[in-house]
Design a protein around this ligand. Sequence first.
Ligand code: ASC
Length: 149
Amino acid sequence: MKALVCTMFTAIAAAVAMPVHAQFSKPEDAVRYRQSAFFLMGQQMGRINGQLRADKPNLQTIQSAAALLNAVDQAPYEGFGPGTETLKSRTKPELYRDGPKVRELAERMQAEVTKLDAAAKSGDLAAVRAAFGAVGQSCKACHDQYRTD
Ligand code: ASC
């Protein structure tokens, strides 16, 4: 009995201590998850772009979009896990063979997004413009190599 309780406790502790890394019940969910994350990110880029093109950019909108982008920019990569490589999507097969290169591109994007968030928080629109351009370039760098048109 004591051993059973101990085992149960260990199992519960392990479950609670599990990292926040997404666990998917099926590979299709993982694909949907990453596509949803990228969609969410693309929408924030669109919101910021809209403000930067406006006569009077709304700084609060830019700040909210940049913060959200910064909060979710790790999420999509968890959706490229085992079993997803054979599912239909715009992802080129090379992505699954180029782990370190893909990680580097992801990290570059995340670093540029961190700078964009900081620029937005500073309220300096010229800095936001520059950082926004750099984020766009980092998105494009990966799309050019690993996404079909
Ligand atoms: C965006 C967006 C992307 C990138 C890319 C840059 O705003 O949604 O996917 O920038 O278009 O070329």
